[in-house]
Write a protein that binds this ligand. Structure first.
Ligand code: UD1
Ligand code: CA
Length: 462
């Protein structure tokens, strides 16, 4: 089996993004552009993968901690794509085989297109294969130049192209496969005599044609695959395109999306069969949704795990939570990091939970804040209950046992423990631990002043 090396070009600044963030770290489907490219390449199981980096090298390396240090090749000065490829080819040392070179800003190339390209290149025994596409509007791309016999004779960048060349609608996708020996020779021969004064990688096509080396092309039909991200508008276009792919995939797998156009599912999120998702829902990061869940709409979920049969009612925000089977949440609830809801818990409207675990079948149905708390099973948290967990210096915990009835408008001043089966009278401020089975009351006793109103009105109307 011939060796396969991969070179990803990602040293450019991405000026047209107008951003402090290196271009390849801009997010698409919640993951950096470069992550998508690396994923597609990894499917080819290459022997070596090198990424040429320059601008923002530290931030890029930090974003991919699992990459081996030797995978990063520094291009100190951005002298062009050809120069970048040369830096990487040097780092490949005495590697022999085929080398796949791609732009780090073309994120949606499919694994299938890449492996088809490798197969075509090898079966035709070529030295260079270019990926090409034909566009109604080729603006911005390098144009493929062919001789009268139809063979590729070179690539011309738009800025260097004459009128006739600009009219060519066949474009250079920015994806090249070359034999290592040919590539070394071709890169060594590059010059920078062009409009931008840069070493152009596509010029290796002209070099191949001049040497009568075996050169050919593969066509990529789907514009989603070869579009590069050079500015924010293209990034938005790409996000839409990726979203459509992802949504279609989940629908194929048995998920109902009531409005795919307003459903945003990140690349790493997963969803079980027969889950129904309403409009304006966001499933972000590593969110995992089980089977048979209902997400009514306007849900913003980040790194959330929902087991099966969970019901998220309209308008909820969940962040880093673990939600067990049969739970229902919302409408209008906010579950913050560290929230664990055990089976069949009910969290109702205007309830906020943070860093707390809520035991099986416990309910907090209205207007509550539960923070830094441990709640047992089958307890009921009355409307307006607040755990007072913060004294301005430290956060303290509230522990509530099983089958506890917390009356409405109760404040639990942490640290405090409420024993199993305890009752707390409505309107209480609990500052001391409540023994199991006790009734705790801390509100002032009610008293009546008989006939007070008649006298009051008489005094006022004088
Ligand atoms: C490039 C091709 C063009 C092709 C298009 C497809 C060249 C000269 N032109 O144009 O024919 O149609 O891609 O999208 O290659 N980079 C480096 N070091 C550098 C310069 C660039 O690593 O010195 C990296 C960039 O980070 C980027 C990639 O190379 O990921 C492409 O560079 P870019 O400037 O975007 O090239 P295009 O103008 O898009
Ligand atoms: Ca580009």
């Amino acid at each position: 089996m011939r060796g396969l090396g991969v070179i990803i070009l990602a040293a450019g600044q991405g000026k047209r993004m107008r951003s402090a963030t290196p271009k390849v770290l801009h997010l698409l489907g919640g993951k950096p552009l470069l992550w998508h490219v690396l994923g597609a390449c990894a499917a080819l199981e290459p022997h070596r993968t090198l990424v040429v980096v320059g601008h923002g090298v530290e931030r890029i390396r930090e974003a991919f901690p699992a990459m081996e240090a030797g995978a990063w090749v520094l291009q100190r000065e951005q002298l062009g794509t050809g120069h970048a490829a040369r830096c990487a080819a040097d780092a490949l040392g005495d590697f022999t085989g085929d080398v796949l070179i791609l732009n780090g800003d073309v994120p949606l190339l499919s694994r299938r297109s890449l492996s088809e390209m490798v197969a075509a290149h090898r079966s035709a025994n070529r030295e260079l294969t270019l990926a090409v596409a034909t566009l109604a509007d080729p603006t911005g791309y390098g144009r493929i130049l062919r001789g009268t016999d139809g063979n590729i004779v070179g690539v011309v960048e738009e800025r260097d192209a004459g009128e006739a060349e600009r009219a060519v609608r066949e474009i250079n996708v920015g994806l090249y496969l070359a034999s290592s020996d040919f590539l070394r020779a071709a890169l060594a021969a590059l010059d920078n005599r062009n409009h931008q004064g840069e070493y152009y990688l596509p010029d290796i096509a002209g070099f191949a044609a001049g040497r009568q080396a075996g050169i050919g092309s593969v066509t990529i039909d789907d514009p989603r695959e070869f579009r590069g991200v050079n500015n924010r508008e293209e990034l938005a276009w790409m996000e839409k395109a990726l979203q459509q792919d992802i949504n279609r995939r989940w629908m194929d797998r048995g998920v109902t999306l009531k409005d795919p156009d307003s459903t945003y599912i990140d690349a790493e999120a997963t969803i079980g069969e027969d889950t129904v998702i309403g409009p304006n829902s966001h499933l972000l990061g590593r969110t995992v949704v089980g089977a048979g869940c209902r997400i009514d709409g306007s849900a913003y979920l980040t790194n959330v795990r929902l087991a099966d049969e969970v019901h998220l009612r309209f308008s909820v925000v969940l962040d880093d939570c673990d939600i067990e089977e049969g739970v229902s949440v919302g409408p209008f609830a906010h579950l913050r990091p560290g929230t664990v809801l055990k089976r069949n818990v009910h969290i109702g409207n205007f309830v906020e939970v943070k860093n707390s675990s809520v035991g099986e079948a416990t309910k907090a149905s209205h207007l509550s804040y539960i923070g830094d708390a441990e709640l047992g099973r089958e307890s009921n948290i009355g409307a307006g209950t607040i755990t007072c967990n913060y004294d301005g210096f430290t956060k303290s915990r509230t522990t509530i046992g099983d089958r506890v009835q917390v009356g409405s408008n109760t404040q639990l001043v942490a640290p405090v423990v409420v024993g199993d089966d305890a009752y707390i009278g409505a309107g209480s401020t609990i500052t001391k631990d409540v023994p199991a089975g006790a009734l705790a009351l801390s509100r002032a006793p009610q008293r009546h002043i008989e006939d007070w109103v008649t006298g009051y009105r008489a005094r006022k109307s004088k």
